[in-house]
Design a protein around this ligand. Structure first.
Ligand code: XIL
Length: 351
């Protein structure tokens, strides 16, 4: 296998179709060789963690500020990634504004208590906190880094039909527990207010290919669309090699596009728990058929903006931690070589 720095550029190969993106960590942008790999192969970037609420919200300053409706924000980590993007001329998708996960518990509590058992703030207070947070982030980003962010993940993972109780929504989310489903349109209304011209607003979720979840997401998207609040559906794209169902991905992508939305695949990886020859071949063919399908959809006129990998090399994938077993899910190996799957994705662009 060749170094990923010798391989033809992935994003150039896909230029006629859609952007190819990657999620970056702070460690990654500090490593000159990895930064070079990013600049060569990716035409869209996002942050794996630095832009999430837990990375931005600051408890000490919030308490000092003494405003029950307004949390204090600290953009040190956000700015590091946005500076990298601006300096290298790579547009950014901001991930993410409202999420049940990786948002500190105190953000939801009446007196900002860092304590799960403390009472939730009232719905009115939570909706005010949400709007203030979203407007603070968007105004900072758009003022200090104009033109760098092109799309916002406004709400992440709000739909979970059946598993969490009856109905469409993830009811065990602190957002749902404090506001019911109202945080969803409220987040999008705030984001519409804060967005710069041309920036798109995205709803993002995992297992978006699953027919039951897909239909639930579509019902929810229609309610947002009735108010003109959403532009893009983000299908995360965390797949498992043995279970990957390309036809189901295609059906779902067509269904979201039929709503008149743009599409992004926002967090692509294919969990593969061995790097022996048989697994490497299966991974290669899975990526080949998935990208061939996506290219075909684009050729038919479906508005796919970008396909973003969740990581750059296998060494920085989140999957070994999440799955508690080895994983070799990306196109570039831990030692920074272009895997056969990389070549297959390039071939899919050319064929
Ligand atoms: C993951 C990060 O990659 C990990 O480093 C972190 O520990 C947990 O979150 N869906 C999402 C992403 O929307 O934000 C998650 O990222 C992966 C699943």
């Amino acid at each position: 296998m060749n170094s990923a720095l010798q391989s033809p550029s992935l994003c150039k190969a896909y230029e006629p179709y859609f952007r190819i993106g990657a999620a970056l960590s702070s460690r990654l942008i500090a490593d000159p060789e990895l930064a070079e790999i990013v600049c060569r192969h990716f035409s869209s970037i996002t942050a794996d963690n630095q832009m999430k609420p837990f990375s931005v919200l600051n408890l000490e300053n919030t308490l000092a500020q003494g405003d029950p409706c307004h949390a204090a924000v600290d953009f040190t980590r956000v700015d590091a990634l946005l500076s990298f993007a601006r300096d290298h001329g790579i547009p950014v998708r901001y991930h993410t504004l409202a999420w049940h996960n990786q948002t500190p518990v105190w953000f939801f509590k009446e007196k900002w208590e860092n304590d799960f058992s403390a009472p939730f703030a009232s719905k009115e207070v939570m909706l005010a906190r949400l709007e203030n947070y979203i407007l603070d982030v968007m105004s900072h980003v758009n003022t200090c880094f104009p033109g760098v962010v092109y799309t916002w993940d406004v709400v992440n993972e709000a739909i979970e039909p059946g598993q969490d109780g009856p109905g469409l929504y993830r009811t065990r989310s602190p957002w749902f527990m404090s506001t019911g489903q109202d945080f969803l349109p409220a987040a999008f209304r705030a984001a519409r207010k804060g967005a710069a011209p041309g920036q798109t607003l995205c709803y993002n979720d995992y297992n978006a290919f699953d027919p039951i979840k897909r239909d639930a997401i579509i019902d929810m998207l229609k309610t947002l669309q009735a108010e003109g609040l959403v532009d893009t559906m983000g299908m995360q794209g965390h797949y498992v090699l043995q279970d990957l169902n390309v036809a189901a991905c295609e059906t779902a992508a067509r269904a979201y596009a039929a709503l008149g939305l743009k599409l992004q695949v926002t967090e692509l990886d294919i969990h593969c728990n061995s790097d022996d020859a048989a697994h490497a071949t299966a991974l290669t063919e899975a990526y080949r058929s998935w990208f061939t399908m996506m290219k075909q959809l684009k050729a038919e006129g479906i508005d796919i903006e970008a396909v973003t990998f969740w990581g750059v090399t296998d060494a920085d994938s989140w999957l070994p931690g999440f799955r508690r077993e080895p994983s070799f899910p990306l196109l570039i190996s831990a030692d920074r070589k272009a895997k056969p799957a990389f070549e297959a994705v390039l071939e899919a662009a050319r064929s």
